[in-house]
Ligand binder design. Structure first.
Ligand SMILES: Cc1cc2nc3c(=O)[nH]c(=O)nc-3n(C[C@H](O)[C@H](O)[C@H](O)COP(=O)(O)O)c2cc1C
Length: 329
């Protein structure tokens, strides 16, 4: 295990790591969170929806803004806009804690443009993007980082990590799957060790990512030389995981009480409604609340009621009326 304080991060998840969710994870101990991915092209074209993705609101943990794109100049311009705040719709309660570059997104629409994980097929371009963004970050005094996968369809992450470190990456997050694997089968934490070994004589920390859902799964990455870990999907239904990761004295199987779950659901929807208005806030919170109640007795019935809730009051009264017993599993 590293002998310095370990950071536990909320990994970027488009459609999920919005301000309300980042705030929740921060309240349970996430040391920082990465935003949903932001299109560099759209940002430079003054797109209002894109500006919304970059919002940072009060009470959040430090937020690193993640950008995607394929042209080094456009990526540098987007980093400059985000860090200077000089774009329409900019709203930061606290300044961005850094810029992360997405070189891992596997989605067809993205990779067919040569963006996301397609950059792992063109290390020269990836390095040009990295150094262009680093240069901007340096001027603003924040770190430039990059997140990628093991490779396109075979592991090249040790060499790629070194290349990115040489091009100026100050932190690297490795999702231990190839692009071809998408989100299954299981991530391979032993690959993080190989990348950490390749970075050993640099000062660049490696953040391990993939299938972390407990202290035990996190420990495998840390034992392999990762300085930090980033949690993705497991946090969607279990943001309390950050508490257990941060506090080794807590039992790893500790789970929140029903009252804590209810209060989380209600504070989440209230937060989203505050930011997005009642109609949109309630609508967008339905599927998100389902993650928090998953696996609990009566959750299907509650989900159904939440799906019919239109107002905050209906949403809250459905949650208040819910009285399941916890399923022991
Ligand atoms: C719905 C969803 C959206 C994601 N969006 C992003 C993204 O915007 N940027 C990124 O770098 N990774 C994204 N990821 C990948 C996650 O950050 C993470 O690498 C992956 O889910 C593996 O970690 P996990 O097993 O802990 O979920 C996304 C994953 C999911 C499931």
């Amino acid at each position: 295990m590293p002998n310095h304080p370990i950071s536990f991060a909320l990994a970027p998840m488009a459609g999920f790591t919005d301000a309300a969710f980042r705030r929740i994870c921060g309240s349970f101990g996430a040391d920082y969170a990465v935003s949903e991915m932001i299109s560099a092209v759209a940002l430079t074209r003054d797109d209002a929806k894109t500006a919304e993705l970059a919002k940072i609101t009060p009470g959040e943990p430090p937020v690193v803004l993640q950008i995607f794109g394929r042209e080094p100049e456009v990526m540098a311009r987007a980093a400059e806009l985000l860090l200077s705040g000089d774009y329409r719709g900019c709203s930061y309660a606290t300044p961005p804690a850094g810029i992360d570059i997405n070189m891992g997104c596997p989605v067809k629409k993205i990779v067919s443009n040569g963006e996301g994980s397609a950059l792992m097929l063109d290390a020269d371009r990836a390095a040009r993007i990295m150094s262009a963004v680093r240069e901007v970050c340096e001027r603003h005094g924040v770190p430039a980082s990059v997140k990628f996968r093991l490779g396109w369809d075979a592991e090249i992450s040790p060499e790629f990590a070194r290349r990115m470190a040489e091009a100026g990456a100050q932190k690297i997050t490795l999702h231990c799957r190839t692009r071809a694997q998408m989100y299954a089968p299981s991530a391979d934490p032993s690959a993080a060790k190989r990348a950490a070994d390749a970075l050993r004589d640099t000062s660049v920390p490696l953040v391990g990512n993939g299938d972390i859902s407990s202290r035990e799964t996190a420990a495998v990455y840390l034992a392999g030389g990762c300085a930090e870990v980033a949690v993705g999907r497991a946090a969607l239904g279990d943001p309390w995981l950050f508490q257990r990761l941060k506090h080794p004295e807590m039992p790893d199987d500790a789970r929140p009480s029903l009252e804590e779950i209810k209060s989380l659901v209600l504070s989440f929807v209230a937060d989203v409604v505050r930011e997005k208005g009642e109609e949109r806030g309630v609508r967008e919170s339905r599927s998100r609340a389902a993650y928090f109640i998953k696996g609990l007795r009566g959750s299907a019935a509650l989900r159904d009621r939440l799906n019919h809730a239109v107002t905050m009051e209906q949403f809250a009264s459905a949650v208040d009326a819910w009285e399941p017993e916890r399923i022991q599993n």
